[in-house]
Design a protein around this ligand. Structure first.
Ligand code: GTP
Length: 185
């Protein structure tokens, strides 16, 4: 097993069902406040190295399924170093779609011998008073590319910067070996 060379920039892609809060998470990170009405898709954002904990320039990319073709989303998966799949903790179907749709879609668009790290993000924890993290372990077991899971709220600004920091860390300090050359031996 070898690890992928650590990149000089980190490209973070947010995926997930419509309405789970992808754009809100990006805008809450950047503005440090929650805006009720956000555009369908945030512009690509570059965070300069000196304001990131790991001192690495970081690009954050939003998607908006109704506005983008699946080919465009697939291209963004190919370009990303780490993928955050967001679900809404108050909508079970958005969590179900992670295993039935999003993780297989990400796999289909990554080389077989290099699985990009995935962070599972449960957004909108301000709406519930319990944790859904226990429902995620089965998914993480089935998909070893799931590197970390985090619950957050774009609205209450809980764990928002931590979520992006964890995505950076998954690239720069992977827990799992994310690149295997076994098949080539
Ligand atoms: P698409 O652009 O359709 O893919 O949606 P999206 O995933 O980018 O979601 P968006 O950021 O547009 O948010 C959808 C709705 O959820 C908006 O009404 C937001 O105000 C709301 N929302 C986003 N994050 C939170 C949150 O943490 N808590 C609550 N209560 N509402 C949120």
């Amino acid at each position: 097993m070898v690890y992928e060379t650590v990149p000089r920039t980190v490209r973070i892609l947010l995926l997930g069902e419509p309405g789970v809060g992808k754009t809100s998470l990006i805008l809450s990170l950047v503005t440090e406040e929650f805006t009720e009405h956000v555009p369908p898709k945030a512009e690509e954002i570059t965070i300069p190295a000196d304001v990131t904990p790991e001192q690495v320039p970081t690009n954050i990319i939003d998607i908006c399924i109704p506005e983008q073709s699946l080919e465009q989303v697939a291209e963004e998966i190919e370009r990303a170093h780490v993928i955050c799949i967001v679900f809404s903790v108050d909508r079970q179907e958005t969590l179900n779609k992670i295993a039935t749709y999003w993780l297989p879609f990400v796999r289909d668009n990554c080389p077989e011998d290099y699985r990009k790290p995935v962070i599972l993000v449960g957004n909108k924890i301000d709406l519930i008073d319990y944790s859904v993290i226990d429902n995620i372990w089965d998914i993480a077991e089935e998909y070893p590319e799931v590197d970390r899971c985090i619950e957050c709220s774009a609205k209450s600004l809980i764990n928002v910067s931590e979520m992006f920091y964890n995505a950076q860390k998954a690239v720069l300090h992977p827990i799992n070996p994310i690149y295997s050359i076994e098949e080539q031996e």
